[in-house]
Design a protein around this ligand. Structure first.
Ligand SMILES: *[C@@H]1O[C@H](CO)[C@@H](O)[C@H](O)[C@H]1NC(C)=O
Ligand SMILES: *[C@@H]1O[C@H](CO)[C@@H](O)[C@H](O)[C@H]1NC(C)=O
Ligand SMILES: *[C@@H]1O[C@H](CO)[C@@H](O)[C@H](O)[C@H]1NC(C)=O
Length: 340
């Protein structure tokens, strides 16, 4: 009898464990504690690592000032962290020269959450993902795809480079380090499944998705058709408020009548002034703001309001975007309104 009961207990336990491991999300999750009132603020910079050149140091300096004014909780990097070809190894001095020695302000000594860009895949991709870098600079956290949960917002970081067909074409223009990505179809299928289930189970007031490539852009690279096809429908079906990317070396805001999502580019961390603006895109009509030069972005979130600001290299405010949440019941059935 005793052994039967313990067998039943064991069976139930195993069932629970199996259930948990099946239902548990595959994407790594991090809890980020924020202020007692639930407010949250962070900076976003993209396309930056160039040993301080091309105004990287000036952007870093202004980020430090704004970071102090806003008392930020963390920093987000939208990828292309190290130019031109990522890091060569975990011992590559480029890491310290382009990150540790550049973002030196007190206010920037916070956690950095980073995704990979296409240029990062041109080096030893696993170097940037390695915990070794965290020993050198504990601020650094770069993973392919992951989630940051806070009281006010859930942030979903998505590895967008493997979606883009042209990086897989032969003959190759550049060498990409696809370890961990191939077979590509499996990688993309799993990622989409994990992203969708993570978004579906999120009960945060604000849902923000971050990737390197733009879904929509009027900059040099324009829209990313693979993301419009694979990612956008999942974001729209799950009440995502904001999608933030880099890749185009500019700052921009796109808002359209056909999608409830605000599309923001913060890719002005160093080299910019490409002189490109895609006039022919349908997107042009939806562009609320476009700046071809260097800068960064701040995001301040409260339960019902978001205040997003773009700054240039002098810290001048270029564009502000306020979102307001109409809280319905239940909370996760809420939507954001862009106040023009
Ligand atoms: C640095 O920023 C200033 C001000 O926007 C700009 O005039 C200058 O061209 C930038 N330098 C580079 C190398 O982009
Ligand atoms: C451009 O946007 C405006 C306002 O959002 C809209 O009324 C107009 O129909 C749009 N035009 C085109 C060609 O899409
Ligand atoms: C956004 O809100 C801030 C205050 O939170 C205000 O100073 C700013 O003018 C607003 N911007 C817009 C475009 O409404």
């Amino acid at each position: 009898m005793v052994s039967f009961l313990s067998w039943v207990a064991c069976f139930c336990f195993c069932l629970c464990v199996c259930f948990l491991s099946v239902s548990a999300n595959q994407l790594p999750r991090f809890e980020h504690q924020v202020n007692a009132d639930g407010s949250l603020s962070f900076l976003v910079v993209g396309d930056w690592g160039r040993r301080g050149r091309f105004n990287q140091s000036q952007v870093a300096f202004q980020m430090g000032k704004t970071g102090e004014d806003l008392n930020i909780d963390f920093v987000v990097s939208t990828g292309d962290n190290f130019y031109d070809d990522g890091l060569r190894s975990t011992y590559d001095p480029f890491f310290e020269d382009s990150f540790t020695k550049i973002y030196t302000a007190n206010s920037l000594q916070k956690q950095w959450y980073s995704v990979l860009g296409n240029h990062d895949y041109r080096g030893d991709v696993e170097a940037q993902l390695s915990p070794m870098l965290r020993l050198m600079d504990p601020r650094w956290l770069c993973l392919r795809s992951f989630i940051v949960n806070t009281e006010t917002a859930d942030l979903f970081f998505v590895d967008t480079t493997p979606f883009v067909d042209k990086y897989f074409l032969k003959p190759k223009k550049h060498n990409y380090d696809w370890r961990g990505v191939i077979p590509r179809n499996n990688y993309l299928t799993n990622l989409l499944k994990d992203l969708e289930s993570a978004l579906m189970s999120s009960v945060a007031t604000w849902k923000i998705v971050i990737g390197h490539h733009a879904i929509r852009s009027i900059g040099h690279h324009g829209d990313t058709k693979e993301l419009i096809h694979h990612i956008l429908p999942i974001l729209e079906a799950n009440n995502v408020d904001v999608y933030i990317n880099g890749h185009d070396h500019c700052l921009q805001h796109i808002s359209s009548s056909t999608s409830p999502i605000q599309f923001l580019t913060s890719g002005g961390g160093s080299k910019a002034w490409r002189g490109a603006i895609d006039d022919d895109k349908n997107t042009k009509n939806d562009s609320k703001f476009y700046y071809d030069g260097q800068g960064f972005m701040s995001v301040e979130l409260k339960q019902a309001d978001a205040n997003i600001i773009f700054y240039d290299v002098f810290g001048k405010v270029l564009h502000t975007l306020n979102l307001s949440k109409q809280l319905r019941s239940p909370m996760y059935d809420s939507f954001a309104t862009y106040i023009k």
